[in-house]
Design a protein around this ligand. Structure first.
Ligand SMILES: Cc1ncc(COP(=O)(O)O)c(C=O)c1O
Length: 393
């Protein structure tokens, strides 16, 4: 089959209600950072996640920054963070002058390894907080992570930026942390083009985060400030898009799940696995990924600037598949490069269960994110599957 249009990793999906809510906001002149759309998004986010309080903000990074501040993180503090994630998970720790300690993944979920986390608390007993990411919409071992945090009196920040709608043991992602964060970035399962949400059961934390997000204005008629604030509050127009999208979360998850299952079936006899999840969790299947078996990897060399590979009969590698798809106008993406391999985070301490083996380096070397757009047709996906298969011939 010939692919005529670009096939994307993940794009926004339009729903009619979005334009109604935006239009109403404009026509009634509620274009600012207050209005019905914001109130409704916050109400719906509490309803969905089960958290008592929510604060809608400009993006997920802003929500994480406010969570880090709320956790009391300051200069020189250690924060135990997932290593295999997007930089936005850890940047707010740096904004506050604190030190991220990068915790390795485990193979069951590709997320923070609870055993490595325990080890990190032994090495950094003063660590005040943990930022745990649910990569690609797959829940981490959230009960174990939370238990370890509670034992060490550390605050858990659940970075559920990618995992909105996923569940672990029947409980919604974005509700396991003392403080939780969801992103409505343009590529996420629900998007406002931008936007983010801070969630918590702690009323005081929610009230303080709300205040910080609007320049920390004191409740008096004039501008009065006792602490540094941020211009992080969401716009009522952006909130209109999110409000229009929210009723479709489960539909988007079902579409993404069907994509995951079609890959799983279509690639089942190849020497690879799909991104795994535990039987007690239900991912939102935001991105479908593959991990090629070690003995089915052809030679692949990556530096910070370039990558090369040598094709081999019956074998392949993420770069070969990426480049083959790219030539045919199909987007894929290497697994998020572990933060400890990023030049900017190279000095951060790293903790793995086995000092001689980094799980996330291994997953980065052998893994690839496949096109997972919920509007991709089964026919287009079949073509993608056949192209991947051809790489192993
Ligand atoms: C794991 C993770 N954390 C944080 C963010 C930041 O969210 P945003 O782009 O809304 O700032 C993202 C995505 O962009 C993410 O994937």
């Amino acid at each position: 089959m010939e692919i005529s249009k670009r096939v994307w990793l993940s794009t926004p999906t339009y729903h009619e209600e979005e334009i109604e809510y935006i239009t109403k906001a404009i026509e009634t002149n509620w274009k600012s950072t207050v209005g019905e759309n914001i109130d409704e998004v916050e109400r719906l986010m509490c309803e969905k996640t089960g958290c008592k309080y929510s604060v809608a903000v400009t993006n997920g990074t802003a929500a994480l920054h406010l969570a880090v501040i709320e956790a009391g993180i300051g200069k020189g503090d250690y924060v135990l963070c997932s290593d295999m994630t997007f930089c936005a998970s850890v940047n707010p720790v740096i904004y506050e002058g604190a030190i991220p300690v990068l915790i390795d993944s485990e193979y069951d979920t590709w997320n923070m390894d609870p055993v490595a986390l325990e080890k990190a608390f032994k090495l950094y007993p003063s660590a005040k907080a943990v930022i745990c990411v649910n990569l690609y919409g797959t829940p981490s071992k959230l009960d174990e992570i939370r238990r370890i945090c509670d034992e060490h009196h550390a605050i858990l920040i659940e970075d559920a930026a990618e995992s909105f709608g996923a569940t672990f043991k029947g409980k919604q992602s974005g509700s396991f942390g003392h403080l939780n964060v969801i992103s409505f970035n343009g590529n996420k399962i629900i998007t406002g083009s931008a936007g983010g949400c801070f969630l918590t059961d702690d009323e005081q934390a929610a009230r303080h985060v709300r205040k910080l997000s609007t320049q920390a204005k004191e409740p008096v008629p004039w501008y009065q400030h006792k602490e540094i604030g941020y211009n992080y509050r969401i716009s009522n127009i952006i909130a209109g898009i999110i409000r229009g999208q929210l009723p479709y979360l489960e539909e988007h998850i079902a579409q993404k799940k069907a994509i995951y299952q079609r890959y799983q079936e279509g690639l089942s006899d190849l020497p690879l696995i799909m991104n795994p999840y535990t039987s007690d969790s239900k991912p939102n299947y935001w991105l479908s990924c593959i991990l090629i078996d070690e003995n089915a990897m052809c030679a692949q060399e990556r530096t910070d600037e370039e990558v090369t590979f040598r094709t081999e009969k019956g074998k392949s590698c993420p770069t070969e598949i990426y480049e083959t798809l790219q030539k045919l106008n199909i987007e894929s993406r290497p697994i998020w490069k572990p933060l400890h391999m990023q030049p900017i985070f190279a000095d951060c301490p790293v903790v793995s269960v086995d000092d001689a083996h980094s799980v996330c380096e291994d997953i980065f070397a052998r893994g690839l994110c496949l096109p997972s757009d919920n509007k991709m047709t089964p026919e287009t996906q079949e073509a993608v599957i056949q192209i991947i298969r051809s790489c192993f011939e």
